[in-house]
Write a protein that binds this ligand. Sequence first.
Ligand code: ADP
Ligand code: TRP
Length: 327
Amino acid sequence: MSKPIILSGMQPTGSLHIGNYLGALKNWVELQNSGQYELFFFVADLHSLTIDMKPETRRKNIRLLAAEYIASGLDPKKVTLFVQSHIPEHTELTWIFSTVTPVTELFRMIQFKDKSEHNAKNINAGLLTYPALQAADVLLYHGALVPVGQDQVQHLEMTRDCARWFNNRYGHYFPETKPLLTQFPKIMSLLEPTKKMSKSAGESHYIGMADEPKIIAAKLKKAVTATAGGGQAPGAANLLALLKQFGDKKMYTEFTAAEKNGSIRYGDLKAELASAIGNYFAGFRARRAELLANPKKLDAILEDGAERARGVAKKTMADVRKLVGLR
Ligand code: ADP
Ligand code: TRP
């Protein structure tokens, strides 16, 4: 029996934060280490073209993301690690999916609505057809399971729909895809704890995986813990959840008890958490620096990954061209 296929990716928009890590990346590494799956992970550079970013910045971010994947524990010998644009079949399959996808479905996407609202100057067609490219990413490799954070679930429902629309018209070919969520599919912002932690809100809203301990402590100092109305504040709950992940069990139990009986000192919780996160990512920071100092090695790893991915993608596209009557 062949192993189930797992696939996921992220956009190269700059250094990752602990929300990306707990919502997705940590899970990728655990799935890899379980030995039970065949895995593909990639840098979604084509998706990042929907964002207005300088070409130089994009080029830098692509390598940076690959380095952060590896520094987190992804092993290019165990997984196929590649850059999306190195495999032109992604764009070809996107076109085919865009011809079976009703536009009304695309207009329903929460991310499209959000991005259009917040970035009225750049509502490009790519933002709308984004889920067709995402479906192509997954289905080119017959991905069955896709480990992501909560915000990607709607896009993956559309991946499943794309497979169905295609299969209904051209005959059963693509598999059903399911998202794989972690225990922490939604880490909250430090300053606005009712919203998800995200790069786009600004530096002080998130803790970067590569942030130096001093920076982590300074950001946590400003983190919101109080609520106007009393009761358990979402900010406090978020910090405790982070301590559970990064700190030791005893500390977590003590702070949770103190929070319940009202004796908690948030300054102490923040200091404990800052040191826990700083220590947790010390190895990551060192490996990341090492990888970034050797871009040639990184490029060779990505070329090797592309070579392997290409083999699968070419075969899928040859089948698809036949199925739709282009050959
Ligand atoms: P950002 O919002 O910071 O730009 P992305 O949208 O690029 O992050 O997300 C990359 C991956 O990380 C996706 O799988 C996404 O679901 C996950 N992710 C992003 N933010 C969070 C978060 N706050 N909590 C959990 N997972 C997250
Ligand atoms: N849209 C995803 C994000 O913003 C990135 C992504 C692109 C992706 N293609 C994918 C995730 C395929 C999973 C599978 O995070």
